[in-house]
Design a protein around this ligand. Sequence first.
Ligand code: AMP
Ligand code: ZN
Length: 502
Amino acid sequence: MSITLYNTATRRKEPFAPLDPENVRMYVCGPTVYDRAHLGNARPVLVFDVLYRLLRHEYGADAVTYVRNFTDVDDKINATALARKEAGADGTLEELVAQRSDETIGWYHADMDALGALRPNHEPRATQFIPQMVAMIEDLIGKGFAYARDGHVLFRVRAYDDYGKLSGRSVDDMIAGARVEVAPYKEDPMDFVLWKPSTDDLPGWDSPWGRGRPGWHIECSAMAYDLLGRFDPEGKGQFDIHGGGNDLQFPHHENEIAQSKCAGHGFANLWMHNEMLQVEGKKMSKSLGNFFTVRDLLDQGVPGEVIRFVMLSTHYRKPMDWTEKKRAEAEATLRKIAEVLGRDLLQKSWTVSGTFKPPKEFVEALSDDLNTSLALTLVRKYLKSEDELKLHSSLELLGFCPHAITNKFFAFEAHARVSDVGYGQGVRSFGDDAAVESKGLDSLAARLQTLRELAIESKDFSEVDALKAALQDSGLEVRMDKNGVQLLRGPNFDATKLEGLS
Ligand code: AMP
Ligand code: ZN
């Protein structure tokens, strides 16, 4: 099946033809690791995770190399390290900087893992590629595209004729619209930094221009070349796809292209950019009070699958709005999916991952410029027709683990009808633990029903209320009506909270 992708550089959808189908190569700009990832940062992670999965599906799991970097040269990382040092933390400033990056990268991994994102094949850190950056800068100076002045090295933007082509702007338009910094060491205000000096209290590396550190843009050019471009079978330094958020098009990606092309490396054949994420119709910002991290949501009990579902409901080239309504709808749909997938699970032999291929129409939807919103519409269709095989295989390709959905969202039901009190109902179970848990829920439902019946006579509902509150606190939904009591296991159900109750 052929894949078609929208290329920002040509502004149209193009059939995707990899340079080497046995090694499809993709680079995506990763986070600056100074703090927890916010919800917006998760959007490119999920968009390119689906693309990575689709490419692996099409070309083979071992035939795709995905690189996403960590920018660990940054003033905010340094500031945290410096503050810790001043507060008496052990270690040199370099060690404290590395510690802060390690800590943030650990959080990033945990948070993105929770969203079901596969780890890329390479996650290079900028600080591990300084010699490659220095070599590239020296090459650019030698070729006349860059110049050194006062410990800085600048890229000469006007020496590269195609500057601005990616975002479709002229250099003069960009000067008018951008906040370019005028500085005495610049020949032209548009010129951007390849290398800058470091003071003694900041991390730095020795270079032909003195002790300093790289500019942000050269990091990606050097890492993309070293991990992907070098493997171009034609030796031109090209690779297939470069991705990132829309906000990176200018100046970051324009600068990456200029540096790499002028160094004679070639670069990405196709550029993809995701649109931004907003919250309840507004730009996410600390001042509006609608800024939150992925971890904030996970800690509030929003499962990673719900975040993934909401994110993929909007096509990546459209702005996406995170709303409470969408969160609730996604959760309800996942519950229904769990209901269908969880039915008679023990009798199903096909639930082993990868057993069945997703339907053709589903793969076609994703192959049409990653139409995840159509793909989820198809998932809803398979849900409606209760087609378990199609549901299972499609969800897998979209990066959902059907088993995890069943485990998290299947509402184990414990019923205690008026006539049943005292008898454990046979409930569905997925394993020994779950079966024990279900029996426990059955007896709790029965107890609540008994207390209710007593309370109806005594008119004292305090014990009913106390038990109900404890059950709800464990993440159970408690339904009571004239027929009896029903306990439904919610996604945040924590059985340990029931200890001492049953
Ligand atoms: P940063 O750490 O800010 O460089 O961002 C890491 C990635 O997240 C980049 O690909 C950004 O384009 C992307 N990104 C940042 N904010 C948002 C947002 N609100 N919506 C979608 N993507 C974003
Ligand atoms: Zn980059």
